[in-house]
Ligand binder design. Structure first.
Ligand code: ATR
Length: 294
């Protein structure tokens, strides 16, 4: 019998806290990273009921874990149990990464950082001086709106069927950044203009996600222009109906796979204090794509 030596008395624990967590590929990503780098950590899933969240966080502290990710539906709820949330995470209203240093918990949002990096890498563009149209006004939309404002976006149009949620995000942007912002629903007369004025369109809703792959968050009447960049946070399917339409119009089109990957890379760097080289990142990305395929 082969002796399994992966976990020793010195191994530090990391994990993901959420409900459900069974679908998460983060354990495979982080454990692959640790094996590749020879770092003595193990990453495990923690399925937690809402009523137990407080106790779960206290438990993780008491067990002296190195850190943990937070996923749906606790990215907002977790914040009240964290000792220090970054300013960005507070404005984004969500924490997805927590580091434990001597029993003190530090909260970060690496989703937005992951989004920004993958967008820039794949499109070759930045947000500075750009007109951006964001579809949806949930947690992901808020994080992306704040991040693009931080990175110098000129104007954001927020399109959402529930206008009150868009207005909440607009208030945060108006109070903290120079970026202009307006809120629209898809019935709005200015909807078509907002699309034609946008340099970058970002879908943050689940419309078009597996298994409802025929859904498209953009009205049929809207035409894209080839200079526009279209980003869909959906990565299953790899090419949503929105991205297919964008490609047909000659636009640069990209999905949320890179965002998912880089949020994990940034979390890992925060927990371990290691700055991963570009070569390692490229190598791990190949394994990551294979994890998703299988
Ligand atoms: P997340 O944290 O992933 O952003 P969320 O907070 O539930 O998730 O937000 C999902 C967003 O997608 C919301 O803006 C939601 O619209 P409402 O604010 O009107 O609820 C939007 N969304 C989800 N399903 C949708 C659908 N079928 N049509 C239009 N918008 C949809």
């Amino acid at each position: 019998m082969i002796v399994d030596k992966r976990v020793s008395g010195k191994t530090r624990i990391m994990g993901v806290l959420g409900n459900p967590v069974e679908h998460s590929i983060s354990p495979q990503l982080h454990n692959t990273l640790s094996t590749r780098l020879g770092i003595d950590t193990v990453y495990v899933p923690f399925r937690v009921e809402k009523a137990d969240l407080d106790n779960a966080v206290k438990g993780l502290k008491a067990l002296n874990v190195l850190g943990f990710n937070v996923t749906i539906p606790y990215k907002k709820d977790i914040m009240k149990f964290i000792d220090d949330n970054t300013k960005e995470a507070l404005l984004m209203g969500a924490v997805n990464t927590v580091k434990n240093i001597d029993g003190r918990l530090y909260g970060y949002n690496t989703d937005a950082e992951g989004f920004s990096r993958s967008f820039k890498e794949e499109s070759g563009a930045t947000f500075k001086g750009k007109n951006i149209l964001i579809i949806g006004a949930g947690g992901v939309s808020r994080a992306i709106a704040v991040k693009t404002a931080i990175e110098g976006a000129k104007h954001i149009s927020l399109v959402n069927r529930t206008i009150s949620k868009a207005l909440d995000i607009a208030g945060i942007i108006e109070n903290n950044y120079e970026t202009g912002i307006r809120c629209l629903d898809s019935e709005d007369k200015k909807y078509k203009d907002a699309f034609s004025e946008a340099d970058i369109v970002i879908n943050t809703t689940s419309v078009g996600m597996y298994p409802e792959i025929e859904g498209c968050p953009v009205d049929k009447k809207i035409n894209f222009m080839s200079h526009q960049i279209i980003y869909d946070v959906i990565y299953n399917p790899a090419k949503s109906k929105l991205l297919k339409k964008a490609e047909k119009s000659g636009c640069k089109a990209m999905n949320g796979l890179g965002m998912l990957f880089y949020q994990g890379i940034y979390a890992y760097e925060i927990w371990t204090g290691i700055k991963l080289s570009e070569d390692i990142i490229k190598e791990i990305y190949k394994s990551f794509v294979n994890i998703l395929k299988n």
